[in-house]
Design a protein. Structure first.
Length: 190
């Protein structure tokens, strides 16, 4: 009895064709995976911030959910995580508890977190009734979306988070959902 790598009833040319097909499909799958990763990296790429945008932020004021006005200049002088989000954005909603926990853990050390909602006021108010947050939330509207673009979010993706150092300069930025690892790294960098 002889043992062969070719299945009974399959000639060697069919086996070679099957092998080539598998190799081609593997190569095509790898190429598609690399293309997808490249597209994701391009979409999540943070552009350079416009030179005047950090100052424009500190000169701005936003309406809070309760109708009060928040002057951004009042937040200058301590590290700030500014998070652009919306109630209709699943990754935004998923990262809010993480941001809230970060704020609770680090506010005594001078850290600030501010949620800038790119959403309708009624939606934000309703959302915050279901999921209260300890950090302040303000309403960004179209001005908030433009500010986000000026800070390097040229595609307008959400969530978008910017960390400002105590001197008001941009320290870190990320388009997409933050992780605990991101926040640990950012905290240690200041």
């Amino acid at each position: 009895m002889s043992h062969s790598s070719v299945e009974p009833g399959v000639d060697s040319s069919q086996a070679l064709q099957a092998s080539r097909r598998r190799l081609f499909l593997w190569g095509a799958g790898a190429a598609a995976g690399l293309a997808g990763a490249g597209l994701a990296a391009w979409r999540l790429r943070v552009a350079d911030a416009q030179a005047d945008q950090p100052q424009a932020l500190w000169d701005a004021s936003f309406e809070g959910v309760g109708g009060e006005t928040l002057q951004m200049a009042s937040m200058r002088g301590r590290p700030l995580l500014l998070n652009f989000w919306a109630t209709w954005c699943p990754p935004c909603v998923q990262e809010l508890p993480l941001l809230n926990a970060f704020y609770g853990e680090h506010r005594a050390k001078g850290w600030q977190v501010l949620g800038l909602a790119i959403d309708q006021p009624a939606n934000v108010q309703k959302f915050l009734q279901r999921m209260p947050l300890d950090f302040p939330v303000v309403l960004g509207g179209l001005g908030g979306a433009e500010l986000s673009r000026g800070l390097g979010n040229d595609k307008g993706g959400l969530p978008f988070t910017v960390m400002f150092a105590a001197d008001g300069s941009i320290s870190k930025r990320k388009i997409g959902q933050l992780t605990e690892k991101d926040l640990e790294s950012w905290f240690k960098s200041v």
